[in-house]
Design a binder for this molecule. Sequence first.
Ligand code: SF4
Length: 325
Amino acid sequence: MDTPELSYNTSMERTVTYSPAYTLVPTYECFNRCTYCNFRRDPGADEWMSLATARDVLERLQAEEVIEILILSGEVHPHSPRRAAWFQHIYHLCELALELGFLPHTNVGPLSYAEMEKLREVNVSMGLMVEQVTPKLLETVHAHAPSKRPDLRLQQLDFAGELKIPFTTGLLLGLGETTQDWADSLSAIAQAHHKWHHIQEVILQPHQPGHSQAETRPACQGPTLLQAIHLARKILPADITLQIPPNLVLQDLALLDCLRAGARDLGGIGPIDEVNPHYDHRHRNALIELLQTQGWTLRRRLPVYEKYDAWLPNKLKTAVKKWRG
Ligand code: SF4
């Protein structure tokens, strides 16, 4: 695989960004059963986080360096009688985070257009992984995960674009897909971005085996991961930042290789990666030191890129303005 020309992000060539974040999980219950999941509980087997508990958690965080509140949830089926309550709860958690001075970013699975439009009022950006556009995974790792239909996930990119929501998406790597599948998924994201200009970041999330997944599969790492980064940099428009979750790249040198290959963002860094709970984040100071060895600087960013501030509703513009500068 050829290395792409370094025509992207040249003014910040030696800068890597991250978002100081905390993840709130309204519920771990999920009607999907992805075979690699280390997050889900069965519907009804998890008590939803109360607003009072969330307030306690968030009030404690006010003394810490946290900007983004990532609202990450298991999914309640769109036709479930509990869907409306689940959705309202997510909305209220976002409102609470805003009230306490944080910037919410919600990623809770596919939403209806009306749901996404409503959440736009209380989110500075939103996200959903495309994962992979090949339908072949619906016969394997997603055989019991109806919301992982590629068409449904690509539709979310269009909804977000139409609603002018700054958006984060990405690929899961190492689920049994091919290199051509990567190219197809990246091309589909690029196409949506050409239409709407709304994709801030694309996450390349390499599979790392956890302790509670239904099916064990090998980690995606080393040259395979680098190949994916090179391909992404080649296919995606230059104004989309590539994000790598640093806790899923276990070796320091391998993480530096990812940066050399074109990754420029480390995503939200907080106490726990809820999706990969068996892989701790490196401490921020350790990351700074590691990057410095190669002349890289770690810079914090907000969950919304500045170029999208103008898209936000006025209330959110005011909230973001407090953090700029
Ligand atoms: S990976 Fe996400 S969608 Fe799949 S079962 Fe786990 S929580 Fe649900």
